[in-house]
Design a protein around this ligand. Structure first.
Ligand SMILES: [Zn+2]
Length: 433
């Protein structure tokens, strides 16, 4: 992906030094920034080592046994207050209680990898054939462990409690299994104690040192659908005796494309993709049944429900014209990843302070989906993007590709930003300031 101009190196350097430049906070908060920066720098080699270990041992969704075990061991070693395992299968949840009173804030990292064969010839190449961290979840888990480590030594400066959520199966549980954010919520991850906000981050192809964010919709909803068209078999040369499911299906595919072009406000993004189509038995038999699968994506929950209704109406209209019948089923739903605008507004100054205003961008939303959206249905959340690319080194990582890799400098940036985001959130919302 190449979504915008590259920030000049001088700007990145300036942003790296932002805490020492005029305009940065001075006094106690400035001192705390410096303390965090120093603590994270001291973790640099440990972060790289940890990320490489996760990268070498990737595990598929709902199979994150090793990753989850290491996470829990590390959190226990850091002396966190509660470390619970087995939430939503391999999920781990830990609390870190500060010595000052204040609210509860949650932070979430996902841990699963993808069924992709690694092609990079690197010392930390995946040791698990056919499985690879090709979406940067190794970075997410490593950064969050780093945040836990830094904060575990700063309890006296924490106003409230941080809830660390390490989540399995973001990429989707295997067919027939539950998993991911939805299952963790069902098993109580957002209760006892209930956080008042949640933060998370995802890798992006922008350069290390840069942060991207969206206020409002950030990533699309995703609804997988399955359509069955039922007609009536007949001899291929005697169509008048049958109902041709192939012809009806072909019209359905075309008609579905007119939902966005003719039925929805053109300023609203909507994708309806029919990804598979299978039917018929033989070249000279009129097909009795066709099955299709696809995905529907939007950035607006109203458009999402309207599109579902229009898909149903369209299929009903087309099939009835030919005397065919249909079934339409939706599953694996992910809502729109919606960043609470107030939470974004209040958090941006922190992000700009840490990486420098010139390194913070707001691109257009992305159409891939993210199951962080389920937490945001329950409490306000902010999901931002951590640049992990390095165009100078030829690293422009594209999600879900066999050569995905990251500039490990992003680990340090990720820990610094999230540590400050959480502490500042708690400070702002502490009751007895
Ligand atoms: Zn991902």
């Amino acid at each position: 992906m190449n979504r915008r101009l590259v920030a000049p190196a001088a700007l990145i350097l300036a942003s790296a030094l932002a805490i020492q430049t005029p305009g940065a906070i001075s006094g106690p908060a400035g001192a705390r920034d410096a303390q965090i920066a120093q603590a994270v720098e001291a973790l640099r080699s440990k972060l790289v080592e940890q990320r490489r270990d996760f990268h070498m041992h990737p595990e598929l969704s709902n199979r994150e046994e090793r990753t989850s075990r290491i996470v829990a061991e590390r959190l226990r070693a850091l002396g966190l207050d509660e470390v619970k395992t087995g939430i939503g299968k391999y999920g781990v949840v830990a609390l870190l209680k500060g010595s000052r009173p204040g609210p509860v804030v949650a932070v979430r990292a996902d841990m699963d990898a993808l069924p992709i064969q690694e092609v990079n010839d690197v010392p930390y190449k995946s040791q698990n054939p056919g499985v690879k961290h090709a979406c940067g979840h190794d970075v997410h888990t490593t950064v969050q462990l780093g945040v836990a480590e830094v904060l575990s030594k700063m309890r006296d400066q924490i106003s409230g409690t941080v809830k660390f959520i390490f989540q399995p199966a973001e990429e989707g549980a295997p067919v027939g299994e539950e998993g991911g954010a939805e299952l963790m919520i069902k098993e109580g991850v957002l209760e006892n104690p209930r956080p008042s906000a949640i933060f998370g981050l995802h890798t992006s192809s922008s350069d290390a040192g840069q942060i991207e964010y969206h206020s409002g919709p950030a990533m699309a909803s995703a609804d997988r659908f399955a359509i069955t068209i039922r007609g009536k078999k007949a001899h291929g040369a005697q169509p008048q005796g049958g109902i041709d499911a192939v012809v009806v299906a072909a019209e359905c595919v075309t008609a579905l494309q007119t939902i966005h072009s003719r039925r929805i406000n053109p300023l609203e993004p909507l994708v309806i993709t029919v990804g598979t189509i299978k039917g018929g038995d033989r070249f000279n038999i009129i097909a009795g049944e066709v099955k299709m699968e696809g995905t529907m994506r939007t950035l607006n929950e109203e458009v999402r429900s309207l599109a579902k209704k229009l898909m149903h109406d369209t299929l009903a209209g087309v099939t009835s014209a030919y005397g065919a019948t249909f079934e339409l089923e939706f599953d694996s739903p992910n809502p729109v990843t919606y960043n609470d605008p107030r939470l974004v507004d209040e958090t941006l100054p922190t992000i700009r302070r840490i990486v420098g205003a010139a390194s913070v961008f707001s691109p257009k939303p992305f159409m891939p989906a993210e199951d962080f959206s389920h937490y945001q249905k329950v409490i306000p959340g902010f999901y931002y993007f951590l640049g992990v690319g390095n165009k100078a080194k030829g690293l422009t990582p594209a999600w879900h590709t066999a050569d995905f890799d990251v500039d490990e400098e992003s680990l340090v940036v990720g820990v610094k930003v999230m540590t400050n985001v959480l502490l500042d959130y708690l400070d702002r919302h502490a009751t007895n300031k």
